[in-house]
Design a protein around this ligand. Structure first.
Ligand code: SF4
Length: 466
């Protein structure tokens, strides 16, 4: 029998908490947006399916623990194993924590995983005293074997949401309208990536293949969420499966009546869906689509290897909004090849889409060439990476040389969010208020904008995730 902790250390600075779990673009948020980490949740559920395993889910960020409280839980439990998953922004602090734990608790075994280790194993191993290192996003298989001494056989289990403390993530995420809500991953992770990959995609090496859950198994997960009482789920596959899978999923959501009990959202690529498919998704309960908008500049989309045209984006937004789906755009500023004028043109286009109600919300982040990505290699080759002080790879500090001052990136972010104060934008929302759920949702979103603005104004660089 073993005692295992999956741990997220409580890392905080004066702009907020580190968003370290399942956030493909790491940053600090002032407001509570804790994303339910599905991959570690699979690991926890696999262990719980084994006789005699003890497990603790210790998310120091979502629980808002102090470092002292976090350490006390570990000391009191005396686990055999601690599993940590680190991205680039938090890797230095995680290494310090691992080394301190190894010095303080002699028998503890530490399993170190994450995007940063996968991309730069030598950077981590040269200064970290962990006992085991695992590359890749499907680390749960190897971690399970280390802890239990056995291979996991068969499909992944239905996620055990109690052991993973679902309530920490169920209420305050802007991607949810109805709560309690949770996250799933129908695929790990994106069907576009095995053939081609967006140059900035942090999960290129993390999930190089795409493993799609069978429709029936995924529907079992949906059924279990309904029985649990969840009202909404957001599927965080890099891109939600399309084609035959999507059709079967939607038709069965409708024929089994699941769409009457739960709504859902997903990440989607432009140019991947037909108008009829968007309509079917809506009927099947799809409320929200998070589109990787990135830029309205075709040259930039091509440089990012996005694989679609600006006109595809506009067509999809039209079709999606016309069937009543909430379009959420993710836009980035701070591309090293763009002039300030080109960046401003993207900002104007996003504002236009928001004011014309083609998009219902947007998040503005900073282009980050994280280690492991093609963008990182390109920036290295061009000699435009300013430093490798990973703690400052937090979207609040410049990391690459731009054609204009970094402060302009922050202004563009702020300008994007300023749309939410425009009377036309507010009217677009007010006219859709039908019930108390709508009212509560808009109130929660506007509070998030205000909280996040505080972050941006105090220290630049945060963005809104829904
Ligand atoms: S579509 Fe999204 S998840 Fe897929 S490769 Fe591009 S950025 Fe990554």
């Amino acid at each position: 029998m073993s005692k295992t902790i999956f741990a997220v250390p409580p890392i905080k600075n004066n702009t907020g908490y580190a968003q370290a779990t399942q956030n493909r673009q790491a940053q600090y948020f002032k407001d509570d947006t804790f994303i339910y980490p599905v991959v570690p949740a699979y690991f926890a559920s696999m262990l719980m399916a084994e006789q005699g395993q003890e497990f603790l889910w210790l998310d120091g960020v979502a629980e808002k623990l102090t470092e002292k409280e976090f350490a006390k839980v570990i000391v009191d439990m005396k686990p055999d194993y601690i599993v940590l998953e680190a991205n680039t922004m938090v890797v230095d602090r995680y290494i310090q924590i691992v080394n301190t734990l190894k010095e303080s608790i002699s028998d503890i075994k530490i399993i170190f995983t994450g995007e940063h280790y996968t991309a730069m194993p030598e950077d981590v191993e040269s200064r970290c005293n962990a006992d085991h290192y695992i590359k890749g996003g499907k680390w749960y298989n190897e971690a399970f074997k280390i802890v239990t001494g056995k291979d996991w056989v068969g499909d992944l289990p239905i996620i055990n949401r109690d052991i993973t403390r679902w309530w920490l993530y169920a209420y305050k995420n802007g991607n949810f309208k109805y709560t309690p809500a949770t996250y799933t991953m129908a695929a790990q992770d994106c069907w576009y990536r095995p053939k081609q990959a967006c140059t900035f995609c942090t999960w290129v090496h993390y999930h190089p293949d795409n493993k799609i859950t069978e429709v029936e198994l995924f529907l079992l997960e949906v059924e279990s969420m309904i029985n649990f009482g969840f009202k909404e789920f957001f599927d965080d596959s890099g891109t939600f499966p399309v084609g035959k899978w999507l059709k079967e999923f939607c038709e069965k959501m409708i024929s089994r009546g699941y769409n009457e009990h739960i709504v859902w959202g997903c990440n989607m690529r432009f140019g991947a869906l037909q108008p009829g498919e968007l309509k079917l998704m809506r009927e099947a309960g799809c409320r929200f689509i998070l589109w990787g908008f990135e830029s309205s500049n075709q040259r930039t989309l091509d440089k990012l290897s996005k694989g679609y045209k600006v006109k595809d984006m506009l067509t999809d937004l039209d079709n999606s909004s016309s069937v009543g789906i909430w379009n959420h755009l993710t836009v980035m500023y701070g591309y090293p090849w763009e002039s300030l004028e080109a960046e401003k043109a993207t900002c104007s286009e996003v504002k236009r889409l928001l004011l014309e109600d083609k998009a219902a919300s947007a998040q503005a982040t900073v282009f980050m060439p994280y280690p492991g990505t093609k963008a990182y290699k390109e920036c290295e080759e061009q000699g435009i990476i300013l430093h490798k002080n990973w703690e400052q790879w937090d979207m609040a500090h410049p990391v690459i040389k731009l054609k204009y001052p970094f402060e302009e990136v922050i202004k563009l972010q702020k300008e994007t969010y300023d749309v939410s104060y425009k009377p036309k934008f507010i009217w677009n929302k007010i006219k859709k208020i039908r019930n108390i759920d709508d009212f509560r949702f808009y109130f929660r979103l506007s509070k998030k904008v205000v909280d996040r603005f505080g972050t941006i104004l105090n220290k630049p660089g945060a963005g809104i995730n829904g």
